[in-house]
Design a protein around this ligand. Sequence first.
Ligand code: OTU
Length: 650
Amino acid sequence: MYEQASHSLLNEILVELKPEIGNLRLRHFYTRLGANFYAIHSLFHLLYGDRPDFKEQMVSLVDTLALRYIERAPALRKSDLARERDYNWFLSQKWVGMALYCDRFSEDLKGLRKKLPYLQDLGVNMVHVMPMLDCPPDNSDGGYAVRDFYRIDPRFGTTADVAALASTLKKRDMLLALDVVVNHTSNEHEWAQRARRGEKKYQDYYFVFDDRETPDIFEETMPEIFPATAPGNFTWDEEMGKWVMTVFNNYQWDLNYRNPAVLIEMIDIILFWANQGADILRLDAVAFLWKKMGSVCQNEREAHLLLQLMKDCCQVTAPGVLFIAEAIVAPGEISKYFGEDAINAKECEIAYNATFMALLWDAVATKNAAVLGHGVKNLPSKLERATWLNYVRCHDDIGLGFDDSDIRLAGYDPAQHRRFVLDYFTGRFAGSVARGLPFGENPKTGDARISGSLASLVGLETALENQDEAAIEAAIRTIVLLHSMILSFGGIPLLYYGDAIGTLNSLEYLADPAKAADNRWMHRSHFNWSKAEKRHQSGTVEQRIFSALKRLIALRKETTAFADFDNRQLLAVDNPNLLTFSRTDPQNSRNRVLVIGNFNTEPQTLPVSALSTHGFFLQGSMRNLCSGEQIAEESGAIIIPALSFYWLSD
Ligand code: OTU
């Protein structure tokens, strides 16, 4: 957009830029800056317009964008241009992701390159390598308490190794996703150290208070994120003699985005990692970016403005790079992280579908799809050019983040139902085969979340101990069923590294005092490569899971109806055990897939009348994509086997 006031400011800034910037070939940079400048200026003005140093800060922001552009390698610039042409590239069904810890999956970054054939064997072509930046070893929060945003932990390798990994992946047509921890730093970060030593400049990077007065006001409305291990949202820092805001662990200091210098630093960090070859950046804990007294300090309007700014700036320097919003918040809030408008107010292209994840776990506990069905139906629609990251498990706990209203629609009492699901997964419910542990129990509210590996949560551990073949089969079916959902729902499926070989809970973390209090480590174990080898041995648990997932992944990639163009329709069927939806190829509407998941332990009947009104089963049978067999109706109904699913096409 051309608007006089912002354009004249742009002209002034271009004159004031560092002299070396003026002489370089910046054709594409200037085109993009011109296109985005009005938005950048308006947003920056909304947030920081009343500061006397506003213009100086704008110059510093544009300097940052230009310097990072100059540094951007030719191959990455080329890929930016290609993605500008093919801007829907990431909505394709061909992408299948996996999240893994570099050191726990392989040894280090070099080792990871050697392990890529395992991922390719499964069909994974997007790798989210969990954070690898320098953290204090004993207070790392699994990589989310960063001490130096520009330095890879030497145990993993160097920045050059990341760039080498990125280019190896590119050659294999694979994508690299990396974290940027935007909300906080470690208390050992240089900024925090200098704040502690009394430097006002760096105290202004955080929320620092002399006494409890302001913290107490904040505490009235702020929930606790880690109530069991890090209660409260403020920590007394002895050296500084002040209180500092620490929403997560007491060693993670929240950054203060009311200070534009913080935003500019973070944009520089984002662009630095974009320049190392990351295709996708996972922005951690984005819901928390703006703190306001009297609010819960999550999902604030300004947090969205900050993300829009980050996106607009990234589009100027590295437009091919996508953002993932990690916002584990209420269903109605998550989709706001895509932005309000695909062009004028874009935020992140991808968002964790935490709602769908939690709903799937509800279906596992209840053995029906009642809450799941209502929850999916009421998922807010998303923007164009935005897609979900669909997952079953990740490195974090499972929070039951679906809406009470969907629980009520399913006929349950919300409080009792949540209690049941928690009890079910944490082994407090008689007869449950799940082996999870409660995480973040809050005695004040009665809330808790759930830790545990996928396989242990669905009963594989119990079944193996009891050598109960039927129960082993049920657990394997559940694992495959859950994956069939994330692979067909619409969005990028993100597998978790041990899940394709049925990795159980591990208690190795208990021996490490730095980890023992955080039971999320029970599902972050070292990948067992000899166990993985068993995937080649017919009849083993590993082979049964791995080969099923591998096949589903391959089928997903072939099935154009699985690309994500808001082409899913939920079908109302009269059986609460089933989740039924159709997916339609946006290019060819005759190309459709009918997805039916049965979460019950008994086979379920589905009358075809409910399907034929939508044009399915008109010929009396449909083809099961997974087996190639025809599924025929019998006496007006089809049968879906226990804990099983169909992907059906004409
Ligand atoms: C994220 O977590 C990370 O995934 C966690 O591993 C980190 O501990 C945390 O940030 C702090 O960096 O912020 O927006 O319920 O789901 O803390 C959601 C726990 C987050 C996590 C939540 C999440």
